[in-house]
Write a protein that binds this ligand. Structure first.
Ligand code: ADP
Length: 233
């Protein structure tokens, strides 16, 4: 990583529709983070129709959270000791029950999260954005009809695959997922604020994507023109 001052391993939080997946992708390509995306891993398991995929399919279609033991199983299968890699968790931990799971993985695989970043967006704005979301079923790249349109309408820029709307982006499922976020994320954020106040950062997600990305870089302590350092625990 060419910016040693920025977090080695971080978690991004934000309600569905806040844009955190696009931010995570951009941070991954700029700074070399390895993305750990439980939502994407679950969708892959469903596409493969493997043992885990068959058990989680119904939860995703309804917009419900997948039970913690299955998330543990998923990460056990997918999460390896990072070595020199830098991990960016997008979508985990998602419940208070998953907080100790992350701590367990940190100890066992020998890495420490040194930043908890929250992308703040109102519920109404998130719902409006989600209805325009499209995803490539082949590579998982996320687009938005207004905020991040593909070069050719409804087609993936990277591999030309026709874009799809996720099953869980239906209106009633979208509202339900917002409620699930409100019920589960708040206690997690409060826990980290109390435990590691120096490692928690907030970014205003209600701006155009480039502005959110710039604010995110500053919040992470990127020093080219930025002024904020990142505390270590
Ligand atoms: P979003 O943040 O837009 O909801 P994700 O791709 O992160 O999208 O997650 C999609 C779905 O995958 C969630 O609605 C939930 O059903 C499931 N999921 C993802 N991560 C977790 C997790 N850590 N714990 C439980 N369920 C999860």
């Amino acid at each position: 990583m060419s910016h040693p001052e920025i977090p080695q391993h971080l978690v991004i939080f934000g309600r569905p529709g806040c844009g955190k997946s696009s931010l995570a992708e951009r941070l991954g390509s700029e700074f070399g983070y390895t993305l750990i995306r439980t939502g994407e891993m679950l969708r892959e398991a469903i596409r493969r129709q493997d043992f885990l995929g068959k058990r989680v399919e119904i939860h995703l279609a309804k917009g419900e959270l997948v039970p913690d033991p299955l998330i543990f199983e998923l990460l056990e299968l997918n999460l390896k000791s990072p070595g020199t890699a830098h991990l960016l968790f997008d979508g985990f931990p998602r419940t208070m029950g998953q907080v100790p799971l992350l701590e367990q993985f940190e100890k066992r695989l020998d890495f420490r999260i040194d930043c908890y970043l929250e992308i703040e967006v109102s519920r109404a704005e998130a719902v409006a954005r989600m209805t325009g979301r499209r995803v490539c079923p082949k590579c998982g790249t996320t687009y938005h009809l207004i905020a991040r349109p593909p070069k050719v309408a409804e087609t993936c820029d990277l591999d030309g695959t026709p874009l799809e709307r996720r099953k869980d982006d239906k209106k009633e499922v979208v509202e339900f997922r917002q409620q699930v976020y409100d019920d589960n994320a708040l206690p997690i954020l409060q826990y980290y604020e109390a435990r590691y106040p120096g490692l928690c950062r907030k970014v205003n997600g209600e701006q155009p994507f480039e502005a959110v990305y710039s604010e995110t870089r500053r919040a992470l302590g990127v020093t080219d023109g930025a002024d904020q350092g990142t505390a270590k625990r």
